[in-house]
Design a protein around this ligand. Structure first.
Ligand SMILES: Cc1ncc(COP(=O)(O)O)c(C=O)c1O
Length: 416
């Protein structure tokens, strides 16, 4: 077993860390970039860019099928990346780590293959929360053309927290799966997923956790959570786009049929019958995103240099600072005030459309997200069409938050 986690951790210092991310030096509209859209995608450290460059410049070959030097090298790097992911989220075995395109594909894979495994009967229920990303709503609706599955939704309060009593009362003998997000990309809420899993497991119901927003902010231990499935995207965790992870307990992955058919996922093929590879190969048909997986491995190495708790603590100081400063802007209201929150702040300003806010502050090089953030049911719940969202990573600074606030004051003056 390789040990990818260094014994001594590097002391976190934001100015040093910023030097690792080349894009943070660039200008946008003549001003230094202030990148506050980390919930959409994170920036990449030089180490990740270098790993991609190294692979394509010197190591490129297809994996798992060549007996020559480069193919074996590429295979070794790809499988090492899988081991890094396994250790990163503390899975029991590397064969429980399936490389996919991202969180979206991972959830579609689970929905589709559980359905084909006849896991669901018509009338069965899947419980989600009111704050899901569309990626954890639509895949369950798509399978209803094969099985009449009912989606039941855990309500949220005005602060943006799930109602655990309501959750318990939604569970019936027809509940087959609970599928919830760990951290909301819109509200920033950190959901009590361990409790949600405990409650589901006490009734024998498995749980899928959408960790797209949690893995960048928290140290995740899938065994400690006892999640049956856990999914995330590489690009939100400082790795490349087009690669992501489906973690699944072996018992479920064994029971599920392949998602796609093709090369690599088979043991034998005749025109009459095909037998499938063992895990994880069974779920990785065709040539995978080899460079993406290697880049994700480099991103994990990058994060492992630090004590993850130190990064989370720093992000918390940014959250507290930004919350206080933003609330000082007259007419600004924060949407999502959960007690347990990650560094994601959605807000609205009286009389000004979020699109105007986003467009105007962009002229000062400030990148925030505006819109429904792929969570239209949240917009309906709070009776708003859209929000502006600033989401912070450990490379952001209080000075950048000050610039955001100054930008918002400028927008307000323009609309006064
Ligand atoms: C909570 C959550 N789930 C799922 C996704 C989908 O991730 P991807 O588009 O990388 O597949 C996102 C992306 O914003 C997200 O925030």
């Amino acid at each position: 077993m390789i040990n990818t986690i260094p014994d001594t951790k590097k002391k976190f210092n934001v100015e040093d860390v910023r030097k690792d991310f080349p894009i943070l030096k660039r200008l946008v509209n003549g001003k230094p970039l202030v990148y506050l859209d980390n919930a959409a995608t994170s920036q990449k450290p030089q180490a990740v860019i270098a790993a991609l460059n190294q692979y394509y410049t010197f190591d490129n070959a297809n994996i798992h099928r060549g007996l020559y030097f480069l193919s074996e090298l590429a295979t070794d790097q790809y499988e090492t990346a899988r081991l890094k992911v396994k250790e990163f989220i503390n899975a029991l075995s590397a064969s429980e780590i399936i490389f996919v395109r991202g969180a979206t594909e991972a959830i579609n894979l689970v929905a589709s293959t559980l359905c084909r495994a006849k896991f669901f009967n018509s009338g069965d229920e899947v419980i989600i929360t009111h704050m899901e990303h569309h990626a954890n709503i639509v895949p369950w609706q798509l399978i209803t053309d094969r099985k009449q599955i009912k989606l039941k939704v855990i309500p949220i309060n005005d602060a943006g927290e799930v109602d655990l009593d309501a959750y318990q009362s939604l569970i019936t003998e027809k509940t087959k799966l609970v599928s919830v997000l760990h951290i909301s990309n819109t509200l920033g809420t950190i959901n009590p997923v361990k409790k949600i899993i405990e409650i589901a497991h006490s009734k024998g119901i498995p749980v899928l956790v959408d960790g797209a927003q949690s893995v960048p902010h928290l140290k995740v231990d899938v065994q400690e959570l006892d999640a049956d499935f856990y999914v995330f995207s590489g690009h939100k965790v400082f790795g490349p786009t087009g690669v992501g992870v489906l973690y699944g307990k072996t018992e479920f992955l064994e029971m599920m049929p392949p998602y796609q058919g093709g090369g690599s996922m088979i043991r034998t093929v005749t025109f009459e019958k095909t037998t499938f590879d063992d895990l994880p190969g069974k779920f990785e048909a065709g040539t995978p995103n080899i460079a993406g997986a290697i880049g994700l491995g480099a991103a994990i190495d990058y994060m492992n240099q630090f004590d993850r708790n130190e990064l989370t603590d720093y992000e918390n100081t940014l959250l507290i600072y930004a919350t206080e400063k933003l609330l000082g802007v007259e007419g600004l209201k924060i949407i999502g005030n959960a007690k347990d929150k990650a560094s994601v702040i959605s807000f609205v300003i009286d009389g000004i459309h979020p699109y105007d806010i986003g467009t105007i502050i962009d002229t000062d090089g400030i990148a925030i997200r505006t819109g429904h953030h792929c969570t239209q049911p949240i917009m309906d719940r709070f009776k708003i069409p859209a929000t502006s969202r600033a989401s912070f990573s450990f490379y952001n600074t209080k000075e950048e938050i000050d610039k955001l606030v100054m930008g918002l004051i400028k927008v307000k003056k323009m609309f006064a």
